[in-house]
Write a protein that binds this ligand. Structure first.
Ligand code: OGA
Ligand code: MN
Length: 198
C-alpha cells in the first residue's frame, strides 16, 4: 500500500497525515456531483455541536451542512469510497495497532462565508472516534478561496491545509485541535471517523 506509507509514517510521528491523491479526478467528479444533487434535493441538515440530547446548531461555531452516508449504499461511487476507507482502516490497524472497528462518514458542504471554529472531534460521553478523516471534493481550489483546515500542533505550531480535490487528511480525533477558516467559495468534503469498539 504505497500510497498509504507516507500518510501512516506521518500519523505515527506527528499524529496527522496527508495523502494528496486518495481519490482520482473521476472519483472526485462523481462524488461531488452526488453530493451536489443531494444538497439541491434539500436533504442536508445544519451541522450541530454535541451528541444526542446535547446536540445544538450554533452557526457562530460551525456553518456547514451535512448528510450522513449509508453504509449499505447502492451508489457505486460511495461503495468504492468505503472500500478505500476500509483498506486504510485495515492498514492502520496492521501498522499502528489502533483496533479500528468501524467508521461513520458524512458529506459536508460549507456555504460561502461559513467556517468551523477551533475544536476537538470528541463527544463528552463517547470516545469511540479515534481518527478523523476528511476527503476533499473541491476541483481547482485556489489559495484565494480560503477554507483551509488549520491543525494545531504542540509548541504553538500549526499547519494550514488547503482543501484540494482528492486530498485526504487523517489525524488523531481526540488529540489535535483544528478549525476550518471561512470559505470564500462553496467547500465540499466527505468527513468521518474511524472508530474503536469502546
Ligand atoms: C469536522 C472538521 C474539517 C474540514 O467536520 O469536524 O473539523 O477540513 N472538518 O472539513
Ligand atoms: Mn473537526
Amino acid at each position: 500500500m504505497e500510497i498509504f506509507d507516507t500518510l501512516i509514517d506521518s500519523i505515527a510521528e506527528h499524529g496527522y497525515g496527508i495523502a494528496d491523491d486518495f481519490l482520482d479526478a473521476s472519483e472526485v467528479a462523481v462524488l461531488s456531483q452526488t453530493l451536489r444533487n443531494r444538497y439541491i434535493a434539500g436533504i442536508f441538515k445544519n451541522a450541530g455541536v454535541g451528541q444526542g440530547a446535547e446536540h445544538q446548531v450554533h452557526t457562530q461555531i460551525r456553518g456547514d451542512h451535512v448528510l450522513w452516508l449509508e453504509e449499505n449504499t447502492t451508489q457505486p461511487e460511495e461503495q468504492l469510497f468505503f472500500e478505500k476507507i476500509n483498506t486504510l482502516r485495515q492498514y492502520l490497524n496492521q501498522t499502528c495497532y489502533l483496533g479500528l472497528r468501524d467508521f461513520e462518514f458524512h458529506y459536508a458542504l460549507y456555504p460561502v462565508g461559513t467556517f468551523y471554529k477551533r475544536h476537538l472531534d470528541r463527544f463528552r460521553h463517547d470516545s469511540r472516534r479515534k481518527m478523523s478523516v476528511i476527503c476533499y471534493l473541491n476541483e481547482a481550489w485556489q489559495p484565494t478561496d480560503g477554507g483551509e483546515l488549520v491543525i494545531y500542533l504542540p509548541e504553538n505550531q500549526s499547519l494550514k491545509v488547503s482543501p484540494t480535490a482528492g486530498r485526504l487528511v487523517c489525524f488523531e480525533a481526540d488529540k489535535l485541535e483544528h478549525e476550518v477558516l471561512p470559505a470564500i467559495r462553496e467547500r465540499m468534503s466527505i468527513t468521518g471517523w474511524l472508530r474503536t469498539g469502546a
